[in-house]
Design a protein. Structure first.
Length: 341
């Protein structure tokens, strides 16, 4: 394991920028720097400048510190390093893998499932995962937070069948606390909204985001709040992540994890069992194990259905039932996630 930058960033009371935003700005963005930090300069020939230009590398240094120094097959590194594999054109892989465009209800508002409205709150993430199903999403035109959330709020208020709001992105927790409060203060005036769900990778990749301001915002919400984190490997957890997740639980949030089955990352029973058990020790219940969304540039991560089903059977035979996530695929036009078991 390599250390993060040795000098911690100190924020004086007069500074307006929260520490998590400083750490975000200090993220590694150059593939050659990342390989140098890990002692893996020999991988430089496999890095794709074209892939990095199309979908930039971004990884917080605290996440880099959890990667194994000198290990070209590190499962965390594999998730973020832009490789020449991404340039392959593979039939069946496209720009809109899950049918977001067809489910558009307004700027940044997606309606796929009954009773739920998903808000693409922002296009920003603290980390760019190479298998991301929205890596080609037109965020410049499609973010719900634009214009003080006006269009999204109008759609929600006009449809009393919507009782759950899902914040997604990008990563909704990349927004400042004030921007999040702007939305939820308005939602408090909509009587048919009963639940809030937040899909976020930040508590795992940048646990400093779970600060006093975020916790205060969560504590002030009038609805049950479910936070769905995204971790694919047990090595993504450490003491800082555990502390962030504890703060979320103490704020009253239910914590679930969704993972993606990824070749070379977690495509073994041992890796999946370790992930489920490690997450549970941090207070997170396994929720979904997704088959890969077939987005262009991610074909090298795909695990076949037969192998996925065999892995899931072996996982169910090893773990208690509540530790086994549902194996699912998202299919455009379906009324819900499609179970594979």
């Amino acid at each position: 394991m390599i250390p993060a930058r040795p000098a911690p960033i100190q924020i004086s009371p007069r500074q307006a920028t929260p520490r998590w935003q400083q750490l975000w700005r200090d993220a590694v963005r150059d593939p050659m720097e990342l390989l140098g930090l890990l002692g893996l300069e020999e991988l430089a020939s496999r890095v794709s400048p074209a892939a990095a230009a199309q979908f930039a590398l971004r990884v917080p240094r605290g996440f880099v510190a959890r990667m194994r120094h000198g290990d070209a097959n590190d499962p965390l590194l594999r998730q973020v390093l832009p490789l020449d594999d991404e340039e392959r054109v593979v039939p069946g892989f496209g720009l809109d893998a899950v049918g977001d465009s067809a489910a558009r209800a307004g700027a940044g508002v997606i309606r796929k499932y009954r009773g739920r409205a998903l808000l693409v709150a922002t296009g920003s993430c603290a980390i760019n995962c190479r298998y991301c199903f929205r890596r080609h999403f037109p965020y410049a035109d499609e973010t719900a937070a634009r214009g003080q959330w006006a269009e999204a709020l109008a759609i929600i208020a006009a449809d009393d069948s919507i009782d759950e709001i899902i914040l997604s992105g990008g990563d909704p927790l990349s927004l400042a606390d004030g921007k999040l409060a702007e939305l939820t203060d308005a939602l408090k005036q909509v009587p048919h909204v009963r639940r809030l769900r937040i899909h976020t990778r930040l508590p795992v990749v940048l646990p400093e985001r779970v600060d006093d301001g975020l916790v205060a915002w969560l504590r002030g919400l009038p609805w049950p709040v479910t936070v769905v984190i995204h971790a694919n490997h047990a090595n993504e957890f450490d003491g800082d992540v555990d502390a962030a997740l504890l703060r979320l639980r103490d704020a009253g949030c239910l914590l679930l994890n969704q993972a993606v089955l990824l070749k070379g990352v977690n495509d073994s029973v041992d890796a999946l069992a370790d992930l489920c058990e490690r997450g549970h020790r941090a207070g997170v219940l396994p929720y979904y194990l997704h088959q890969l969304d077939r987005v262009s540039g991610a074909a090298h991560f795909e695990v076949g259905d037969d192998d996925a089903l065999a892995l899931h059977r072996d996982l169910a035979a090893r773990l208690s039932g509540y530790l086994v996530p549902k194996l699912v695929r998202e299919v455009a036009g379906d009324p819900g996630k499609r179970p594979l078991v």
